[in-house]
Design a protein around this ligand. Structure first.
Ligand SMILES: Nc1ncnc2c1ncn2[C@@H]1O[C@H](COP(=O)(O)OP(=O)(O)O)[C@@H](O)[C@H]1O
Ligand SMILES: [Mg+2]
Length: 211
């Protein structure tokens, strides 16, 4: 299991201070929601936690809890998965081709059988998806496909940036169900959200920007 410790983190962009002396201990086996208005720093917090961004001051440390070892960036990355609005599929490739490619980058194989099961799990009809390029899918369908990649990734850290955006009620319930199930199996789930249901379903909540 992986834990992330953020200590005294400061982060600014130009003159804009987003974090000043921010600390949090993110635990495996739990869902932590990050809430706050647009621009309050939710996505920045997830990028800092992923070590995609370096803090200006303070530190972000990821550890293997059982081994008590600090994880190097590459090792940590191989154990985390992100779902963000920035993630794009290749529009001219099919769902299968995109998934096969993205998982291949992680050194993971996608079998026809697990592809079918994953699509069913995220509520996508394999038949309807067959041969359709990702560019021809609705935003909600693409969001579900991102969740399928996440579920296939075997990651121990889930960083979800507004995962319920563009999803219908059933889709948002799916996100919560999967997040809970993952946390119960020891995954660290960090979820940026503006959705009250997602916030209420979390074990812990980090409020940014004073709201
Ligand atoms: N790469 C960047 N360059 C400049 N400013 C940034 C960058 N990333 C974020 N910011 C600024 O940091 C603040 C927090 O942004 P963000 O983390 O995206 O907020 P949220 O996800 O809560 O909407 C905003 O003022 C935003 O303009
Ligand atoms: Mg954001």
């Amino acid at each position: 299991m992986v834990e992330i410790e953020m200590e005294g983190v400061g982060k600014s962009f130009g003159g804009t201070v987003v974090f000043r002396d921010f600390s949090a201990h993110l635990q495996p086996g739990g869902v932590t929601a990050v809430r706050g208005a647009n621009g309050s720093g939710k996505s920045t917090l997830l990028r800092l936690a992923a070590k995609l961004l370096s803090p200006d001051t303070g530190k972000v440390v990821a550890r293997d809890r059982e081994a008590g070892l600090v994880l190097e960036k590459a090792e940590f990355r191989s154990r985390l998965a992100m779902v963000t609005p920035e993630l794009r599929f290749y529009p001219r490739l099919t769902a299968w081709e995109n998934m096969d490619f993205l998982l291949g980058l992680r050194g993971e194989k996608l079998s026809g059988d697990s592809y079918s099961k994953l699509l069913e799990r995220v509520g996508l009809s394999e038949k309807k998806m067959n041969g359709v390029q990702a560019g021809g899918l609705s935003t909600g369908m693409r969001q579900r496909l991102k969740l399928a990649v996440l579920l296939a990734s075997q990651a121990e850290v889930w960083l979800l940036d507004e995962p319920g955006a563009n999803l219908d009620l059933e889709g948002r319930s799916l996100v919560l169900r999967e997040a809970r199930q993952a946390a119960d199996s020891g995954v660290l789930v960090l979820l940026a959200t503006n959705d009250e249901r997602e916030e209420a379903a979390a074990d812990e909540c980090i409020s940014l920007g004073g709201n």
